[in-house]
Design a protein around this ligand. Structure first.
Ligand SMILES: [Zn+2]
Length: 121
């Protein structure tokens, strides 16, 4: 859920947010649902910035739009060895060449590491 949608939902329920130093306060407590609270907590730092007037809702919209398009704007560079553009992302967020470094090898190593870890316990 985007910040503007979250704010609209809070407003609809009559929930007021307040910034108190690094804490985010809300009232009335009974209007908050566990699901909504989870979303508020997930966006806490941005909501605090908004409440302090450091940023505007339009900034948040622009920012989230830039974030959702990051992969399109900044695609992973082609493989240095073969120039291939078919890449895959590892669990650690690194890009590997599908031809030079197929995921099967990595998956095999990962499975092996998992097995070793389990045996150590
Ligand atoms: Zn390659």
């Amino acid at each position: 859920m985007s910040i503007p949608l979250l704010l609209a939902e809070l407003r609809r329920r009559g929930i007021l947010l307040k910034a108190d130093a690094h804490r985010l306060l809300y009232r009335p407590a009974e209007a908050m649902t566990p699901d909504l609270l989870e979303r508020v907590q997930a966006c806490k730092s941005v909501l605090l910035e908004l409440l302090r007037g450091e940023i505007a809702v339009s900034d948040v919209e622009r920012r989230s739009e830039a974030e959702s398009h990051r992969e399109v704007i900044d695609p992973p560079s082609p493989c240095a060895a073969c120039g291939g553009l078919e890449l895959w992302e590892t669990v650690t967020g690194r890009w590997r060449c599908l031809r030079c470094d197929p995921p099967t090898t990595s998956r095999h190593i990962f499975a092996l590491a998992e097995r070793i870890r389990r045996q150590e316990r």
